[in-house]
Design a protein. Sequence first.
Length: 390
Amino acid sequence: MFASKTLKKLGVWGIVLVAVSFLAMAVYRRWDGSVRDPVLAPGQIAKADKILLERPDGTVFRFDRKSDGTWLLRVKGEVSPADPSRILDFLYVFNFWEIARVPDRQESRNWEDFIDRQGGRLQLKSGIRTLLDFAFARQGDLFLIRIGGRSYAMRSVWKPSAWMDFFSDAPEAWRNRLLMDFAYTEIRSVEVRYDTFAADGQGQSHAMEEGAFFPSGDTLSYKLVLLDPVDAERSSDGSAANRPDSFSSRYRLYVESGAFPCPDAEAENYLSAFTQIFFDPLADAKMGKRLYSLTIEPLQGEPVRLSVFEKLVPAVSELFFDGRGVDARAQAGVPTRVDSAALSPADAWRPDIFKAVVVCRGSQEDTVQMPYVFLDKMAKRASWFVKPRP
């Protein structure tokens, strides 16, 4: 009987010892940094509403998500809209990255010292809850973090060639580059005035007859207007237009020769071009002559006014090489490079065929670059629309 009880006690203690051993091993492995990566699940990423990013130079970026899902960036007392797509890309780094290397004790001490001297810090929060908090530094090709009292080198398959840039980019890289995002149902009017007929930088035209909307001879400019419901009903009998028509339209097209109904499908097709319009920072772009002005008036909110200018680039010829990497024209005695200093001011620059310089006025004012692939969808010529019916 006594032996049986003793065996039972030994069995219980054996189980306890095994459990403690496993627990001790798990704790050790966790302290050793080999249990799990400092990773955020997609559900945690969706809850993140505050980011504090202190760069190695001491600059602190604070990102706050508003109730409507947009983000604000605060840097050195300045507040500006942040790019939500870039922030989402940044947050997903912490879902995809992983520990690339766990250092030995000596290397760990060296890394920690380096992080203390040249590192920054990141905090991700959801309300008052901290989702992630670590110090970081970049050492050559290594991205080092210190978290939970240990240091690691990290790697990421999410944007592998650029993910480290998130921790060192200037504020401009984070600011929202969405210029406008109007659904066609949100737009009251769009006006395009070409600079050939403009008298000043505000798009005011000249040589206009009394009561005319555009000056005589301006066959390019136009204004498309969404009518009020009462005016739309009147347009079907021609009493509100210069010419009668046989169809009903909710839109009116103003051109040099008068005002005419514009078919709904044609108008809505055009107005659909004003959604998801992005810009590029001005950088060192040089402004050329003004081309046209564009004014978008939404049903709610302030109008957006754009003045579009040529973007000028140096008029310097490129070198041409043969398959052996030799400049074939130089061998033939043909000049291969133009000295821009020797050119006249008019010849030293040429218009960029890809981008324009745009001065934006509205709730915010800025001068930016925009691709013509966007601009050409928004700024047509009057002849692009369905011609008024006789």
